[in-house]
Design a protein around this ligand. Sequence first.
Ligand SMILES: C[S@@+](CC[C@H](N)C(=O)[O-])C[C@H]1O[C@@H](n2cnc3c(N)ncnc32)[C@H](O)[C@@H]1O
Length: 240
Amino acid sequence: MPFTPEQLRELQRLLPWNDGSRLPDGRVLGRGRKDWGVTPADWRIQLLIDHLQPAGKRILELGSCEGVHTVQLAARCGEVVGLEARVGNVVCALVRLWASGVRNASILLGDVRAMNDTIGRFDIICHIGLLYHLEHPLEHLAFLPRLAHTLFLDTHYADTTLRFRQAELTWNGRRYPAYVYPERKHRTDPFSGMAHRSHWFARDVLLSVLRDTGYRGMEILDDRRERNGPRVTLIARTEA
Ligand SMILES: C[S@@+](CC[C@H](N)C(=O)[O-])C[C@H]1O[C@@H](n2cnc3c(N)ncnc32)[C@H](O)[C@@H]1O
C-alpha cells in the first residue's frame, strides 16, 4: 500500500535524511544531493550492472550510507548486503529498503576497519565513495579478495593540484607514497570517514596497490575531475 501524503511527510520528518531516492510510485523519500528524476540508477551503478551482469549474484556494498545505491542494486541482483558505520545512515537505509518494497537486501551496522571473514563470501564488492575516507587503505584493500573475486571501485585519487601533505604507507615490506586528507568533520558529517584523517594515493600508485594486494585484471571505466579532486571508476578482478 503506498503511503498517504501525510504518512510520507511524517517519514520525512522523523528521520535525519541526507540522501534521497524515488519510491516505486515516483515520490521522493529523503532529501539532499541525489534526485535523479526518472533515471532508475546512479550512472556508476548502471556501469556495474552493464559490466558485471549481477542477476542472481551476491553483492557486498561497503559504505552503504542511506541505502540509495542498495535499492538500485537490489533491483538487479540476487542479494545485497550493505555495511555502514553510522547508526543514523543505517536507520535511514533500513527504512528506505522497507518503504521501497525491497526484500533481497540487508544492512549491517559495522565498520569496514573491523571486517572479518564472518561477513561471508560474495560475487562482487561494490565500493563507491569509501576508499578515500580510510586512514589505512592498504590493509583494507588487501583483505577484500577474501570476500569476493570482483571489486567495483569508485574513488578519488590524488594529483599535484591537491595541496595535501605527503606521507608514506608501508604494507607487506613495501612502501607507497600517499597524501594526507584531513577528515575535519568526521564526528558530525554523515558522509565522512570515521577517523580524523585518511590517505589518498596517486592514480598510478593506486593501480600498483591493487596489483600488489592481489588484483590481476583491471578495467578503467571512467576517469574524471570532480569538485574534491580527480576520481576513477574501475573494476578489479583477482582472476585475470
Ligand atoms: C561519501 S559516502 C558514500 C556513500 C555511498 N556509497 C555513495 O556513493 O553514495 C561514505 C559512506 O561510507 C561510510 N563510512 C565511512 N567510513 C566507514 C567505515 N570505516 N566503515 C563503514 N562505513 C564507513 C560513511 O558513513 C558514508 O555513509
